[in-house]
Ligand binder design. Structure first.
Ligand SMILES: NC(=O)c1ccc[n+]([C@@H]2O[C@H](COP(=O)([O-])OP(=O)(O)OC[C@H]3O[C@@H](n4cnc5c(N)ncnc54)[C@H](O)[C@@H]3O)[C@@H](O)[C@H]2O)c1
Length: 275
């Protein structure tokens, strides 16, 4: 038996993080897309890792429980990397809420029940959630603590209160950050830690869909005018994740880390500020 790393979302960010923390462990790759899951699993196996693909739809509790059960066949779950998600240009509002908001909450809840003592998890949120104004203490608490099966019934998440897919994505990502705080307390009972990372624009297939989507100019302008002057790479996100997930991060839990080349700073106090 080996320690197991669960990776949900066989994308560039997820793979980059998995490469940092999966040596000598079993990597169980869960993705809804067979093509993506099998491709990343093959790359990892050909690079000396020990990976297996399991089909998993993050929007389904049953599918998440199946992924966990499959993973446990190889050993105890020591790490969770949740990098599955859909972006505002890829899916309708309902799917964004079901995958990015509900699915992430269920995954953190279910893995939190079985994570190995001393284990760590990270979920990928987004800078996008940092641009939305504060929602207030009451809604924050609802997003953090509402039982998972009741989450999508919250008033703030009803269709009449959501402007468009970008707004749905921002709400989902804000919820991820709040949920991580709530779950960090429960994971802590198992001496495990969980955090979120909120990347800015990172060049991946998901971001390339955004560049070519209806908000393409907005995204290009965003990285041109941020202090870094460029988009980021999955490897830069992985460097942060590695710090947060290994023993150097032992005092870090329930936190969110913005890694966006300064785009959020510029949005509030610089040239990216909306006129
Ligand atoms: N790329 C960026 O600029 C950026 C910025 C901020 C946040 N993020 C977040 O990072 C995460 C990973 O994104 P990425 O850029 O690596 O994208 P990616 O497109 O490379 O990977 C995302 C993966 O998630 C999978 N997926 C989608 N729906 C799923 C579902 N229902 N169940 C299981 N898997 C599903 C896709 O098949 C894909 O393999 C997402 O949560 C995204 O919101 C990305």
């Amino acid at each position: 038996m080996k320690d197991v790393v669960i990776l949900t979302g066989a994308g560039q960010i997820g793979m980059a993080i998995a490469r940092r923390i999966s040596m000598g462990k079993k990597l169980v790759v869960g993705d809804k897309s067979h093509a993506n899951g099998e491709a990343i699993t093959k790359i990892m196996n050909e690079a000396g890792f020990d990976a297996v693909f399991v089909e998993c739809d993050l929007s389904s509790r049953e599918s998440i429980l199946n992924l966990i059960a499959e993973a446990q066949k190889y050993g105890e779950i020591a790490h969770l990397i949740n990098a599955a998600g859909v972006s505002p240009s890829q899916a309708p509002i309902e799917t964004i809420l079901k995958v990015d908001l509900y699915g992430t909450a269920v995954l953190l809840e279910e893995v939190g029940k079985v994570i190995k003592e001393g284990g760590t998890g990270v979920t990928i949120s987004s800078q996008s959630g940092h641009r939305m104004p504060a929602l207030g203490a009451q809604i924050d608490e609802q997003l953090a603590t509402t039982p998972t099966e009741e989450l999508l019934s919250l008033e703030v998440l009803q269709p009449e209160n959501i402007r468009d897919t970008l707004h749905a994505y921002q709400l989902a990502k804000r919820c991820n950050v709040k949920r991580v705080m709530y779950e960090a307390v429960r994971w802590g009972e198992r001496k495990a830690r969980v955090n979120s990372i909120s990347p800015g624009i990172i060049v991946t297939p998901l971001a390339i869909d955004e560049f070519n989507g209806p908000r393409g100019d907005f995204y290009m302008n965003m990285f041109a005018k941020c202090p870094a002057g460029r988009p980021g790479t999955a490897d830069e996100v992985a460097s942060l994740a590695e710090l947060v997930m290994d023993s150097r991060g032992a005092f870090i839990t329930g936190s969110d880390f913005l890694i966006d080349g300064g785009a959020t700073a510029s949005y509030f106090y610089g040239p990216l500020k909306p006129q």
